[in-house]
Design a protein around this ligand. Structure first.
Ligand code: TRP
Length: 461
């Protein structure tokens, strides 16, 4: 065993782990991405497929990934290769770890830009832009739309906000002030949840809740395409932070005796609830104001400010809300950078501080691709992806629809078929019946479903 990278520190208890993993899971994926991809993919049937993917694929893959990290007690690529070696299999299984780190890195490159939007919106809310836009109800939606349009088309603005995010993430990670952050998050996450529920109730009262509810929960398969199924599958991995290295990193710090099964289920439930509530907060406004559910990545930023504008104390509530979006994104961004930094420490022997800085500079440079995509530079267009599709869309597609499902496939196949049964059993530590069920999901259900969706959606093989 490679003792150099052996991880010896542990979470102090299972709650510290649940909090960190939930902090990584709940982020822009729930608040920003889920609502708009649901809109683009027709609503109810998409939601159903997404929930099934979380339940039958996401949760078992999370358990498998955490188990690899916990057994290997090392950074992702090493952990996977050590567990493979211990099971008498090729150390090339380290690919599960390296691919995850790559996926996480690419995700972070656009994640920081969107997190930057949220920073901008803290200022917009704080300076009364939303209530100003709402002064004339007839043009409210257009005024809010223009605010968003001006932000994303301005390279200098995007650069400033993205840089703020990247610099803060590097600072927190390299200085190890994470403990302070974790304490803050302990209070902020429940606060965010309460605020989100409050906003949902307000939206329900002033907006068209019936239409929103019907859109999200009336299942009409004629509105779902096979691409939509792939998006739902990919998003199940994205939102739970799977196949991007981090769950192996976190698993490596897991103390003995913590139930991987129970904690995975709890994390998945919390994550799913936040996504559904975000949808129920946004869509009543979307329908009441004639916005398009398929508006795309701007949806959150174009819908909720309309509600804040007309709400009593809306500027304050709006400011609070976007502060929380920033925090939710920030905890995820730190986890994403952590897995890249851990990789640099492991493979290149950098110190933690240097690794964070190098990874941060890399992310900042890569984020320029997304920034210029948003501002409409011609060279960012990817015609083979479709009309008007940009490098930003390409990065999103490559990560969520290809790398994450592929990583999930490899993880489930590895733990289901290659990792020694006794090792898996020891790490899962569940009853015989539960073990059999989880193994059926990892051996058959997850791989077959992923391969089936792949073949049909991207015409692979
Ligand atoms: N789950 C995060 C979100 O929903 C995004 C994410 C994907 C992530 N992979 C990750 C976060 C790895 C941290 C680590 O916003």
């Amino acid at each position: 065993m490679n003792t150099e990278t052996h991880v010896s520190n542990r979470w102090s208890n299972k709650y510290a782990y649940i909090l960190a993993a939930t902090g990584a899971a709940v982020g822009l994926g729930n608040l920003w991405k889920f609502p708009y991809i649901m809109g683009e993919n027709g609503g109810g049937a998409f939601v159903l497929v997404y929930l099934l993917c979380i339940l039958f694929i996401g949760i078992p893959v999370m358990m498998a990934e955490v188990a690899i990290g916990k057994r290997g007690r090392s950074t992702p690529a090493n952990a996977a290769s050590m567990v493979a070696t211990e099971s008498g299999k090729s150390s090339h299984w380290s690919i599960i770890g390296s691919m995850g780190v790559l996926a996480g890195f690419l995700i972070l490159s656009f994640y920081v830009v969107i997190a930057g939007w949220a920073v901008a919106y803290v200022f917009y809310a704080g300076t009364g832009e939303f209530s100003a836009a709402a002064a004339d109800p007839a043009t409210n939606a257009e005024a809010i739309g223009a605010l968003f349009g001006n932000l994303v088309s301005s390279v200098p603005n995007l650069l400033i906000y993205t840089t703020i995010i990247v610099a803060s993430v590097v600072y927190v990670l390299s200085k190890g002030v994470k403990d302070g952050l974790e304490t803050a998050v302990t209070y902020l996450m429940p606060a965010m949840f309460v605020l989100l529920v409050g906003i949902m109730i307000y939206s329900a009262i002033v907006g068209d809740f019936a239409a929103a509810f019907a859109f999200m929960f009336n299942i009409d398969f004629s509105r779902l395409t096979i691409e939509g199924v792939l998006v739902a599958l990919g998003h199940a991995f994205f939102t739970l932070s799977l196949a991007s290295g981090i769950m192996m990193v976190y698993g490596a710090y897991l103390p003995k005796g913590v139930s991987i099964a129970k904690t995975s289920i709890m994390i998945a439930i919390a994550d799913t609830l936040v996504a559904l509530i975000a949808g129920l907060a946004i869509y009543p406004i979307v329908f009441a104001h004639g916005l398009e559910p398929s508006a795309g990545p701007g949806l959150l930023f174009q819908a909720l400010p309309i509600a804040f504008g007309s709400m009593p104390m809306g500027d304050v509530v709006g400011t609070l809300f976007f502060v929380m979006v920033v925090f939710a994104a920030f905890t995820s961004a730190i986890a994403l950078l952590e897995s890249a930094a851990a990789y640099l420490v492991e493979r290149q022997g950098l110190t933690r501080g240097k690794a964070s800085l190098v990874a941060g500079v890399g992310i900042w440079l890569l984020s320029l691709l997304t920034i210029f995509s948003l501002s409409g530079e011609e060279w960012t267009l990817l015609p083979f992806m479709g009309d008007g599709k940009t490098i930003f869309d390409g990065l999103d597609y490559l990560t969520a629809n290809i790398l994450l499902p592929l990583g999930g496939l490899l993880i489930s196949v590895f733990v289901g078929w290659f990792m020694k049964d006794e090792l898996v059993k020891e790490e899962f530590n569940v009853s015989e019946g539960q073990f059999k069920l989880i193994m059926v999901l990892l051996r058959y259900v997850a791989p077959i479903a992923i391969i089936f969706v792949f073949i049909n959606a991207i015409g692979l093989f």
